[in-house]
Design a protein around this ligand. Structure first.
Ligand code: FE2
Ligand code: FE2
Length: 133
């Protein structure tokens, strides 16, 4: 799935987006490699901290370039972490780490990230590249 990712035209951010999807793949792989639940959970926590770190870096770039839609963009990031991601984690804890559940989780996560990159992140990149060149 990471090969289907769009480049938005900001090198550091594009590299992080790729990393993010690779970590989502690693989460799936941790299961298919028959690793124990603790390892799968730590892969999930690692993925979450990477998402948080990426959002913070992207927001810092928006602040430093006076992006007018920063607040709107930050709300999307925050609600993804506190609502979508948190609910998925809770759901997976309740329903267990089965292949179907992990596929469900990863598909939703990847879809959100891909849609966000193609929409809001691309819009920011167009603004950022327009003023910085
Ligand atoms: Fe973003
Ligand atoms: Fe992003």
């Amino acid at each position: 799935m990471s090969q289907n990712i769009s480049n938005i035209g900001i090198e550091t951010i594009d590299a992080q987006h790729l990393q993010l999807l690779e970590k989502a793949e690693a989460f799936m792989k941790a299961y298919t490699d028959n690793l124990d639940n603790d390892t799968v959970n730590s892969t999930l926590n690692f993925l979450e901290s990477y998402v948080v770190e990426h959002f913070a870096d992207e927001e810092a770039l928006q602040v430093s370039s006076n992006y007018p839609k920063y607040n709107e963009h930050k709300i999307m990031h925050d609600s993804f972490i506190t609502t979508d991601f948190a609910k998925l984690k809770e759901w997976i804890n309740e329903n267990g780490l089965t292949p179907d559940n992990m596929k469900y989780f990863t598909d939703i996560l990847v879809k959100w990230v891909m849609d966000h990159i193609d929409g809001a992140d691309l819009e920011f990149a167009n603004y950022y590249n327009g003023i910085s060149r």
